[in-house]
Design a protein. Structure first.
Length: 536
């Protein structure tokens, strides 16, 4: 049968290398991966291996944002990891190179490699070049915020359409330090992606050569029997977390690194993120909280320069990577030019990382607060409570949210959503209406990497697990105290009934996910026997 598929005896005598592709035609993040895979395969063949390409799905966060389809985004992470594992196991592959693009494909591919522990690596398809609108660089973030400005009467329909037509000029993943580029940097620090490979833009001709080099590299890993779990150590995870903090990256990295650690068998807890972020300054001036795009970061020295500065400051520990060189050896050749994306440890953009982990009476099992793009450490205000994202978005667009309010969006957690949707539509609309600096938001759902402002996500226990967020009522006072790491609800919950919401998913993949998924505070991974009660 293999010969019927075109393989020869000579092909089958060589190591069989799976090319796990996440190509689809639906999103610029992944649309170029079909062509890129040919260069990976050429590198494998030149190094003496036989490539076997197979495909899995990808769900675009940006396209599904604000719709029912967004429920599939986080679910797709598990489906992608499962499908890669099943193919590699069933066809007894000797190694795997995974091609990733849109947000969930990156952690999913690393989760699969960690699970299987076959020699391999991940190559990210690269960021998109920024669009141009009214003589400035723009990204998808600008479009979502413009929707809010349009609703507030601050932007015409014609200008919004021109921006929409300009923001995504071609292939590549969203161009700020949103989830995809955050995870691209993080998995480089994990050692599972070659340093310098991921950050090459999707449309840069150098990406083809990078792909061929990755094809040859996996053959070296097979020959030397270097397996993912040898790289995915506790030190590597601490380095990855530090990179997220130093680049003010997406809060989704908390979910994804917890999930990868679980698959790799490495003990990692949500509070570890806060301790590392607290000692790591923000060294990269990147969107959404800063000025520059991922392409600017590459030109300014990229991950090598970031790692070099962090190593010099003692913010990272040296560790081995899939190139069989250490982080220090890889960073020795760092050089950059162009925009001043990187700051020094002596004069950082901010003295501590771009997120914090809070606990308190509203989040006994923890939540993640984004600190990038604002300087607020404290906010106390009345709750405006919504059961689901759509109701909250409608209220924002109708002008019903006022300065000082704390918008509460519940029943959007991993199990109760189901699927833990991102709230970028709501958060961007608040910014677009000029409320980004005077309101706060609390949710058991997630945020996009493009979100900025005082926002608490991943609140656990979630509403579906009878967490305190299920008991909040309009007017209850909610207080953020970042310095004290507290998120508290000032209300007597005795005698209150929790808000209930049922979802329509009684069978199919979403129902299976809801039955098996665990807490956001543990990475929202699926397990045969998930734990859903976390009050202790």
């Amino acid at each position: 049968m293999l010969k019927g598929a075109g393989f020869s005896d000579a092909d089958l005598e060589r190591p069989l290398v799976g090319i796990a592709n996440t190509w689809t035609e639906v999103t610029p993040c992944n649309v170029h991966l079909r062509a890129l895979a040919e260069h990976v395969k050429a590198g494998v063949r030149a190094a003496g291996g036989t490539p076997i390409e197979f495909n899995t799905i990808a769900v675009s966060d940006g396209i599904t944002m604000g719709t029912e389809g967004m429920r599939g985004s986080l679910v797709s992470r598990e489906v992608i990891a499962d499908s890669i594992e099943l193919f590699a196991m069933s066809h007894m592959l000797d190694g795997v190179i995974a091609l990733s693009g849109c947000d969930k494909t990156i952690p999913a591919t690393v989760m699969a490699l960690a699970r299987m522990d076959l020699p391999g690596l991940v190559l990210y398809g690269g960021p998109i070049e920024p669009g141009r609108f009214e003589n400035k660089d723009v990204t998808i973030q600008d479009v979502f915020e413009a929707v809010g400005a349009h609703a507030a009467g601050a932007m015409s329909s014609e200008r919004l359409r021109v921006l929409e037509d300009s923001a995504c000029p071609g292939a590549g993943a969203c161009g700020g330090q949103f989830t995809a580029n955050t995870m691209s940097v993080a998995i480089t620090l994990l050692g599972i992606s070659p340093m310098g490979a991921n950050e090459v833009a999707a449309t840069d001709p150098r990406k083809q050569e990078v792909a061929r080099e990755c094809g040859a590299m996996v053959m070296d890993l097979i020959a030397k029997d270097v397996r993912p779990r040898a790289l995915l150590t506790r030190t590597a995870f601490e380095n990855a977390i530090a990179s997220v903090a130093a680049t003010a990256g997406s809060t989704n990295a908390v979910l994804h690194l917890l999930a990868i650690a679980y698959e790799a068998g490495v003990p990692l807890a949500i509070d570890d993120f806060d301790a590392i972020a607290a000692r790591t300054p923000v060294l990269a001036d990147l969107k959404p909280g800063g000025r520059y795009t991922a392409v600017d970061m590459t030109r300014a020295g990229g991950v090598r320069l970031l790692v070099q500065r962090m190593l010099e400051a003692g913010l990272l520990a040296d560790a081995m990577t899939c190139t069989r060189k250490t982080l220090r050896e890889e960073a020795a050749s760092a050089r950059g030019e162009g925009a001043p994306v990187f700051l020094t440890v002596a004069e950082p953009l901010k003295p501590r990382g771009g997120f914090a982990i809070l606990r308190g009476s509203l989040a006994p099992a923890g939540c993640v607060v984004k600190l990038a793009g604002h300087d607020r450490q404290h906010h106390s205000g009345p709750a405006r409570v919504f059961d689901g994202e759509e109701a909250a978005f409608a209220a924002v667009q109708a002008g019903a949210i006022k300065p000082g309010d704390v918008v509460v969006i519940r029943h959007e957690g991993p199990r109760g959503g189901p699927g833990m949707r991102e709230m970028l539509g709501v958060t961007a609309a608040l910014v677009g209406q000029g409320l980004g600096d005077s309101t706060a938001l609390v949710t058991d759902g997630r945020f996009s990497g493009a979100t900025h402002g005082l926002m608490a996500g991943h609140v656990a226990p979630e509403a579906a697990d009878d967490g305190p967020i299920a008991y909040v009522r309009d007017g209850d006072v909610i207080t953020f105290d970042v310095a004290a790491r507290r998120l508290d609800l000032e209300a007597d919950l005795a005698g209150r009934e929790p808000a209930k919401r049922t979802h329509p998913y009684t069978h199919g993949v979403i129902a299976k996910y809801a039955a098996l998924v665990g807490s956001a505070s543990e990475g929202a991974v699926t397990r045969p026997f998930p734990t859903t009660k976390e009050h202790s």
